[in-house]
Design a binder for this molecule. Structure first.
Ligand code: TXA
Ligand code: MG
Length: 353
């Protein structure tokens, strides 16, 4: 299959492309598209066959459910049952935007879309191309991140092409995404609202709207033996090809420790990648240093993370040492979501400087 990449500069001039993309979706084919978080790999969420194609293209385990993307509130009850008042409050505050909510599913949603679960994840993205594609494709698009399973999520159309070339007919290129980390997932299908995946919408932001909110205990510990409630969070996702180690401690101790470790690895003939911040980048003495952004700007760090993990893959580094972004009140800052992805990429391999 030939994969076509179509650049969309201006949505008004892209009517034909979007109509064609919508037709592909209606016919059960896959279309990759930008969202404000990461690029998605879309298919008709109400078609069992179309959803099954997503799992095949990504090499995704069949028990890992997909998020259903909608473009208006009228679509919500079509896929979600027993919608609590808190969901409407959260939708009011954060939709369209980087928040996914989990509900009991309706009979309209095939089990292929929800990985066999009786719940469904729903998100209304704010990206204009995403919204236009959802409308053109019939209103319900199932979309995981458009990477092959186990690779960092794509934040540009070029990343999608790396992973999906020859497997899907069309990639809509809307330029680099805004946020760079997947949406926050909140489970509203049980009594207590619970965060299953941290993201741009932090615990503090959610708390402001609906009051107390829990964090899935399966998210926090490295090998607590507690299974995360979002099936996808149990996999070693976002994994660079190299073994990654996160180094924690006071800034000067961290750069010194990374220098020691990196120089030893390099002397042993390994290619070393160092995931750094602008503040410290100049302090590294060996290895290939890549900056994800400035410590003072967590949005910049989030936007740079997956790009740099992919660069390390391209550079074929053998080991990666990363600065840490852990800190106080992590769940209330974007830094918590960054650390969550970094810890998963590192398989929770952390050392203290
Ligand atoms: O920002 C995003 O959410 C992106 C863009 C494309 O919208 N999508 C995304 O999808 O990150 P994906 O498939 O890479 O991650 C979806 C996560 C997985 O961890 C999955 O297990 C969880 O959501 N999930 C989906 N449905 C669920 C359900 N019914 N119950 C619990 N977890 C669910
Ligand atoms: Mg994903």
């Amino acid at each position: 299959m030939k994969t076509e990449v179509v650049k969309i500069e201006n949505i008004e001039d892209a009517k034909e492309t979007l109509a064609y993309a919508g037709r592909l979706i209606s016919e059960g084919a896959l279309v990759a598209f930008p969202t404000e978080t990461v690029y998605g790999l879309g298919a008709d969420a109400l078609s069992a066959g179309a959803s099954a194609r997503i799992y095949a293209a990504k090499g995704r385990p069949g028990d890992n459910p997909l998020i259903v993307h909608i473009a208006d509130m009228e679509s919500l009850p079509v896929v979600a049952a027993k919608i609590p008042a808190a969901a409407y409050a959260l939708a009011d505050a954060f939709w369209p935007g980087p928040l996914t909510m989990i509900f009991k599913k309706t009979a309209r949603v095939p089990e292929q879309t929800t990985g066999g679960m009786d719940t469904v994840a729903v998100r209304m993205p704010s990206d204009k191309i995403a919204q236009a594609l959802i409308r053109a494709g019939g209103g319900f698009i199932a979309a995981p991140s458009a990477n092959t399973s186990g690779r960092p999520s794509p934040t540009t159309a070029a990343h999608v092409l790396e992973d999906m070339d020859g497997r899907i007919p069309l990639i809509l290129d809307g330029g680099p995404v805004q946020i760079g980390l997947e949406s926050t997932i909140v489970d509203l299908s049980t009594g207590t609202p619970t965060i299953l995946r941290p993201g741009y919408i932090t615990r503090a932001m959610l708390h402001n709207v609906i009051g107390p909110i829990e964090i899935d205990p399966g998210l926090i510990a490295a090998d607590s033996g507690i299974k995360p409630k979002a099936p996808g969070m149990k996999y070693r996702h976002y994994a660079p090809r190299a073994q990654m180690t996160i180094v924690e401690g006071a800034p000067r101790c961290v750069t010194a420790a990374i220098n020691r470790l990196a120089c030893v690895e390099e002397a042993a003939g390994c290619r070393v990648g160092i995931l750094a911040t602008t503040e410290n980048a100049g302090s590294y003495l060996c290895g290939t240093v890549r900056c994800i952004g400035s410590r003072g700007n967590e949005e910049e760090l989030a936007a740079g993370l997956y790009r740099v993990l992919r660069e390390f893959d391209d550079l074929k580094v053998d080991v990666i040492f990363s600065e840490s972004f852990a800190g106080e009140n992590e769940a209330d800052r974007l830094g918590g979501a960054i650390m969550n992805r970094l810890l998963k990429a590192a398989g929770h391999h952390v050392i203290q400087a």
